[in-house]
Design a protein around this ligand. Structure first.
Ligand code: SF4
Length: 305
Protein backbone atom coordinates (compact mmCIF):
# COMPACT_ATOMS: atom_id res chain seq x y z
CA UNK A 1 0.00 0.00 0.00
CA UNK A 2 1.22 3.49 -0.87
CA UNK A 3 0.35 4.72 2.62
CA UNK A 4 3.05 2.48 4.08
CA UNK A 5 5.59 4.93 2.68
CA UNK A 6 4.28 7.75 4.90
CA UNK A 7 5.07 8.18 8.57
CA UNK A 8 1.99 10.35 9.13
CA UNK A 9 -1.35 11.05 7.43
CA UNK A 10 -1.26 13.11 4.24
CA UNK A 11 -4.50 14.67 5.30
CA UNK A 12 -6.79 14.71 8.30
CA UNK A 13 -10.53 14.94 7.97
CA UNK A 14 -11.65 16.21 11.37
CA UNK A 15 -15.35 16.00 12.12
CA UNK A 16 -15.06 18.66 14.73
CA UNK A 17 -18.52 18.41 16.28
CA UNK A 18 -21.87 16.82 15.55
CA UNK A 19 -23.56 20.00 16.73
CA UNK A 20 -25.05 22.08 13.96
CA UNK A 21 -27.28 25.10 13.65
CA UNK A 22 -29.30 23.19 11.02
CA UNK A 23 -30.90 19.75 10.76
CA UNK A 24 -30.89 19.10 7.03
CA UNK A 25 -32.93 16.22 5.62
CA UNK A 26 -29.97 14.89 3.65
CA UNK A 27 -27.44 15.07 6.50
CA UNK A 28 -25.24 11.99 6.42
CA UNK A 29 -24.04 12.61 9.99
CA UNK A 30 -27.39 13.09 11.78
CA UNK A 31 -26.33 16.53 12.90
CA UNK A 32 -28.76 18.96 14.50
CA UNK A 33 -28.84 21.81 17.01
CA UNK A 34 -27.56 20.50 20.31
CA UNK A 35 -26.64 17.09 18.85
CA UNK A 36 -23.09 17.03 20.18
CA UNK A 37 -21.76 13.50 20.29
CA UNK A 38 -21.42 12.26 23.90
CA UNK A 39 -17.81 12.78 24.92
CA UNK A 40 -16.76 15.24 22.23
CA UNK A 41 -13.18 16.39 22.73
CA UNK A 42 -12.76 19.45 24.94
CA UNK A 43 -10.73 22.48 23.87
CA UNK A 44 -7.52 21.28 25.63
CA UNK A 45 -7.97 17.81 24.13
CA UNK A 46 -8.45 19.25 20.64
CA UNK A 47 -5.32 21.35 21.12
CA UNK A 48 -3.38 18.25 22.16
CA UNK A 49 -4.47 16.53 18.95
CA UNK A 50 -3.59 19.65 16.95
CA UNK A 51 -0.15 19.74 18.56
CA UNK A 52 0.50 16.18 17.42
CA UNK A 53 -0.74 16.95 13.90
CA UNK A 54 1.62 19.91 13.70
CA UNK A 55 4.57 17.92 15.15
CA UNK A 56 3.97 15.13 12.63
CA UNK A 57 3.91 17.77 9.85
CA UNK A 58 0.50 16.71 8.60
CA UNK A 59 0.15 19.11 5.67
CA UNK A 60 -3.61 19.52 5.46
CA UNK A 61 -6.57 19.41 7.85
CA UNK A 62 -10.19 19.63 6.72
CA UNK A 63 -12.66 20.74 9.39
CA UNK A 64 -16.13 19.33 8.88
CA UNK A 65 -18.99 18.46 11.13
CA UNK A 66 -21.66 19.27 12.05
CA UNK A 67 -20.91 22.94 11.76
CA UNK A 68 -17.33 23.49 12.96
CA UNK A 69 -17.77 27.25 12.97
CA UNK A 70 -20.25 27.12 15.89
CA UNK A 71 -17.84 25.20 18.11
CA UNK A 72 -16.45 27.55 20.78
CA UNK A 73 -12.91 26.27 20.21
CA UNK A 74 -12.81 25.86 16.42
CA UNK A 75 -10.97 29.14 15.82
CA UNK A 76 -8.38 28.47 18.54
CA UNK A 77 -7.59 25.05 17.08
CA UNK A 78 -7.54 26.35 13.48
CA UNK A 79 -5.21 29.18 14.53
CA UNK A 80 -2.90 26.77 16.31
CA UNK A 81 -2.64 24.58 13.21
CA UNK A 82 -2.43 27.47 10.77
CA UNK A 83 0.33 29.19 12.73
CA UNK A 84 2.22 25.90 12.69
CA UNK A 85 2.02 25.92 8.89
CA UNK A 86 -0.75 23.35 8.45
CA UNK A 87 -3.09 24.16 5.56
CA UNK A 88 -6.75 24.32 6.48
CA UNK A 89 -10.12 23.82 4.86
CA UNK A 90 -13.40 24.68 6.56
CA UNK A 91 -16.67 23.11 5.46
CA UNK A 92 -19.61 25.26 6.52
CA UNK A 93 -23.28 25.81 5.79
CA UNK A 94 -22.51 29.54 5.89
CA UNK A 95 -25.63 30.45 7.85
CA UNK A 96 -24.07 32.12 10.86
CA UNK A 97 -20.37 32.82 10.41
CA UNK A 98 -19.36 34.87 13.43
CA UNK A 99 -18.20 38.45 12.86
CA UNK A 100 -14.43 38.57 12.56
CA UNK A 101 -14.02 34.84 11.86
CA UNK A 102 -13.15 35.28 8.18
CA UNK A 103 -10.67 38.07 8.88
CA UNK A 104 -8.89 35.84 11.39
CA UNK A 105 -8.92 32.87 9.04
CA UNK A 106 -7.53 35.05 6.26
CA UNK A 107 -4.30 35.38 8.30
CA UNK A 108 -3.84 31.59 8.19
CA UNK A 109 -2.84 29.25 5.37
CA UNK A 110 -6.43 28.49 4.36
CA UNK A 111 -6.66 26.31 1.29
CA UNK A 112 -10.39 26.95 1.00
CA UNK A 113 -13.71 27.49 2.68
CA UNK A 114 -16.48 25.31 1.31
CA UNK A 115 -20.08 26.47 1.51
CA UNK A 116 -23.02 24.16 0.80
CA UNK A 117 -25.23 25.61 -1.93
CA UNK A 118 -27.98 23.06 -2.32
CA UNK A 119 -30.52 24.98 -4.30
CA UNK A 120 -30.99 27.59 -6.97
CA UNK A 121 -33.89 29.10 -5.05
CA UNK A 122 -35.10 29.35 -1.48
CA UNK A 123 -37.90 26.86 -2.05
CA UNK A 124 -35.62 23.90 -2.89
CA UNK A 125 -32.86 25.02 -0.52
CA UNK A 126 -35.25 25.53 2.39
CA UNK A 127 -37.00 22.17 1.88
CA UNK A 128 -33.69 20.38 2.34
CA UNK A 129 -32.41 22.73 4.99
CA UNK A 130 -35.41 23.75 7.10
CA UNK A 131 -34.97 27.16 8.73
CA UNK A 132 -31.94 27.97 6.57
CA UNK A 133 -31.77 30.88 4.11
CA UNK A 134 -30.10 30.59 0.74
CA UNK A 135 -29.39 34.31 0.86
CA UNK A 136 -27.35 33.79 4.07
CA UNK A 137 -25.22 31.12 2.35
CA UNK A 138 -24.75 33.42 -0.65
CA UNK A 139 -23.82 36.29 1.66
CA UNK A 140 -21.25 34.04 3.33
CA UNK A 141 -19.75 33.17 -0.07
CA UNK A 142 -19.41 36.85 -0.94
CA UNK A 143 -17.84 37.61 2.45
CA UNK A 144 -15.35 34.76 1.97
CA UNK A 145 -14.24 36.17 -1.36
CA UNK A 146 -14.14 39.72 0.04
CA UNK A 147 -11.83 38.45 2.80
CA UNK A 148 -9.54 37.15 0.04
CA UNK A 149 -10.20 33.51 0.89
CA UNK A 150 -10.58 30.76 -1.74
CA UNK A 151 -14.16 29.50 -2.05
CA UNK A 152 -15.51 26.04 -2.90
CA UNK A 153 -19.19 25.19 -3.32
CA UNK A 154 -20.84 21.87 -2.48
CA UNK A 155 -24.08 20.49 -3.85
CA UNK A 156 -25.91 17.39 -2.54
CA UNK A 157 -28.43 16.18 -5.13
CA UNK A 158 -31.89 15.09 -4.00
CA UNK A 159 -35.17 14.89 -5.82
CA UNK A 160 -35.99 18.38 -4.46
CA UNK A 161 -33.05 20.18 -6.00
CA UNK A 162 -31.39 18.05 -8.69
CA UNK A 163 -33.16 19.93 -11.47
CA UNK A 164 -31.53 23.13 -10.20
CA UNK A 165 -27.98 21.77 -10.27
CA UNK A 166 -27.01 23.69 -13.42
CA UNK A 167 -28.29 26.93 -11.90
CA UNK A 168 -26.22 26.25 -8.79
CA UNK A 169 -23.10 25.67 -10.91
CA UNK A 170 -23.79 29.11 -12.42
CA UNK A 171 -24.27 30.62 -8.97
CA UNK A 172 -21.00 29.13 -7.72
CA UNK A 173 -19.20 30.60 -10.72
CA UNK A 174 -20.78 34.00 -10.21
CA UNK A 175 -19.79 33.95 -6.53
CA UNK A 176 -16.16 33.32 -7.42
CA UNK A 177 -15.83 29.68 -6.36
CA UNK A 178 -12.88 27.84 -7.88
CA UNK A 179 -14.36 24.37 -7.32
CA UNK A 180 -17.83 22.77 -7.30
CA UNK A 181 -18.03 19.49 -5.36
CA UNK A 182 -20.82 17.03 -5.83
CA UNK A 183 -21.64 13.37 -6.36
CA UNK A 184 -24.47 10.96 -5.73
CA UNK A 185 -26.39 11.47 -2.51
CA UNK A 186 -24.89 9.32 0.24
CA UNK A 187 -27.20 6.88 1.97
CA UNK A 188 -25.86 7.54 5.41
CA UNK A 189 -27.24 9.00 8.64
CA UNK A 190 -30.51 10.94 8.33
CA UNK A 191 -30.42 10.71 4.53
CA UNK A 192 -30.61 6.91 4.87
CA UNK A 193 -33.74 7.11 6.98
CA UNK A 194 -35.42 9.56 4.59
CA UNK A 195 -34.11 7.79 1.49
CA UNK A 196 -37.44 7.16 -0.28
CA UNK A 197 -38.30 10.86 -0.05
CA UNK A 198 -34.87 12.09 -1.12
CA UNK A 199 -33.36 9.71 -3.67
CA UNK A 200 -33.33 11.10 -7.22
CA UNK A 201 -34.43 8.73 -10.00
CA UNK A 202 -31.99 7.03 -12.38
CA UNK A 203 -33.05 9.32 -15.21
CA UNK A 204 -32.55 12.41 -13.02
CA UNK A 205 -29.06 11.17 -12.19
CA UNK A 206 -28.34 10.52 -15.88
CA UNK A 207 -29.32 14.11 -16.76
CA UNK A 208 -27.31 15.40 -13.80
CA UNK A 209 -24.18 13.54 -14.91
CA UNK A 210 -24.60 14.69 -18.52
CA UNK A 211 -24.90 18.28 -17.27
CA UNK A 212 -21.75 17.89 -15.12
CA UNK A 213 -19.78 16.51 -18.09
CA UNK A 214 -20.99 19.36 -20.30
CA UNK A 215 -20.33 22.12 -17.76
CA UNK A 216 -16.99 20.61 -16.87
CA UNK A 217 -15.80 21.04 -20.45
CA UNK A 218 -17.45 24.44 -20.85
CA UNK A 219 -16.01 25.90 -17.63
CA UNK A 220 -12.54 24.33 -17.80
CA UNK A 221 -10.02 26.75 -16.33
CA UNK A 222 -12.76 28.81 -14.63
CA UNK A 223 -14.54 26.39 -12.30
CA UNK A 224 -13.39 22.87 -11.51
CA UNK A 225 -16.30 20.45 -11.24
CA UNK A 226 -15.39 17.56 -8.92
CA UNK A 227 -17.79 14.64 -9.14
CA UNK A 228 -15.58 11.53 -9.37
CA UNK A 229 -15.89 9.14 -7.65
CA UNK A 230 -19.58 9.81 -8.31
CA UNK A 231 -21.19 7.18 -6.12
CA UNK A 232 -20.43 5.64 -2.79
CA UNK A 233 -19.75 2.39 -4.64
CA UNK A 234 -17.17 4.06 -6.89
CA UNK A 235 -15.59 5.59 -3.82
CA UNK A 236 -15.40 2.20 -2.11
CA UNK A 237 -13.87 0.62 -5.24
CA UNK A 238 -11.22 3.34 -5.30
CA UNK A 239 -10.57 2.86 -1.57
CA UNK A 240 -10.05 -0.88 -2.09
CA UNK A 241 -7.53 -0.23 -4.86
CA UNK A 242 -5.60 2.30 -2.81
CA UNK A 243 -6.60 3.20 0.76
CA UNK A 244 -6.37 6.98 1.20
CA UNK A 245 -3.73 8.61 3.35
CA UNK A 246 -6.49 10.33 5.28
CA UNK A 247 -7.15 9.95 8.97
CA UNK A 248 -10.81 10.50 9.83
CA UNK A 249 -11.18 11.90 13.34
CA UNK A 250 -14.62 11.85 14.92
CA UNK A 251 -15.79 14.59 17.35
CA UNK A 252 -15.02 12.32 20.32
CA UNK A 253 -11.47 11.65 19.15
CA UNK A 254 -12.16 8.16 17.81
CA UNK A 255 -10.62 7.38 14.44
CA UNK A 256 -12.74 5.70 11.78
CA UNK A 257 -11.31 3.47 9.10
CA UNK A 258 -13.68 4.85 6.47
CA UNK A 259 -16.53 7.36 6.44
CA UNK A 260 -18.86 4.59 5.23
CA UNK A 261 -18.00 2.06 7.93
CA UNK A 262 -18.80 2.26 11.64
CA UNK A 263 -15.49 0.54 12.58
CA UNK A 264 -13.09 2.55 14.72
CA UNK A 265 -9.40 1.75 14.79
CA UNK A 266 -8.06 4.18 17.41
CA UNK A 267 -9.00 6.70 20.04
CA UNK A 268 -6.95 9.87 20.28
CA UNK A 269 -7.78 10.15 23.97
CA UNK A 270 -5.86 6.93 24.57
CA UNK A 271 -3.58 6.66 21.55
CA UNK A 272 -0.99 8.98 20.11
CA UNK A 273 -1.32 10.16 16.54
CA UNK A 274 1.50 7.80 15.53
CA UNK A 275 -0.33 4.86 17.12
CA UNK A 276 -3.59 5.89 15.41
CA UNK A 277 -1.83 6.09 12.03
CA UNK A 278 -0.36 2.63 12.53
CA UNK A 279 -3.74 1.29 13.63
CA UNK A 280 -5.37 2.81 10.54
CA UNK A 281 -2.84 1.22 8.21
CA UNK A 282 -3.33 -2.09 9.96
CA UNK A 283 -7.11 -1.77 9.66
CA UNK A 284 -6.76 -1.10 5.94
CA UNK A 285 -5.37 -4.64 5.63
CA UNK A 286 -7.73 -6.35 8.03
CA UNK A 287 -10.19 -8.91 6.66
CA UNK A 288 -12.94 -7.24 8.70
CA UNK A 289 -12.50 -3.94 6.86
CA UNK A 290 -11.92 -5.45 3.44
CA UNK A 291 -14.89 -7.79 3.68
CA UNK A 292 -17.20 -5.02 4.91
CA UNK A 293 -16.17 -2.78 2.03
CA UNK A 294 -16.33 -5.53 -0.58
CA UNK A 295 -19.82 -6.43 0.59
CA UNK A 296 -20.88 -2.88 -0.24
CA UNK A 297 -19.92 -3.43 -3.84
CA UNK A 298 -22.54 -6.12 -4.19
CA UNK A 299 -25.21 -5.33 -1.65
CA UNK A 300 -27.61 -2.49 -1.19
CA UNK A 301 -26.00 0.51 0.37
CA UNK A 302 -25.56 0.24 4.11
CA UNK A 303 -27.11 2.46 6.71
CA UNK A 304 -24.30 3.99 8.75
CA UNK A 305 -25.14 6.41 11.53
S1 SF4 B 1 -25.86 18.67 6.21
FE1 SF4 B 1 -24.31 20.01 7.09
S2 SF4 B 1 -25.44 21.86 7.66
FE2 SF4 B 1 -26.95 20.25 7.37
S3 SF4 B 1 -27.28 19.34 9.40
FE3 SF4 B 1 -25.69 18.14 8.39
S4 SF4 B 1 -23.76 19.08 9.03
FE4 SF4 B 1 -25.43 20.56 9.47
Amino acid sequence: MKIDAFGAPLMVSWRFTRDCDLACLHCCMDCAPGARLPGELSAPECLRVAEQLACAEVPYVVFGGGEPAISPHFLEVAQFLGRAGVQIKLETNGQRLKPGLLERLARLPVRSIQVSLDGGDQDAYGRLRPAARLEAAVRACRAIREAGLPLEAAFAPTRFNIAQAEAVVGLALELGAFRFNTGRLMRLGRAARLWPALEPSDSEYADFLAMLDRKSAELAGRLELCYRPFSLREGVAQWLLQPPGTLLIQPDGKVRVSPVLPQECADLRRHTLAQAWDAYRGACRSPETLNALKAMMFEDMPVVV
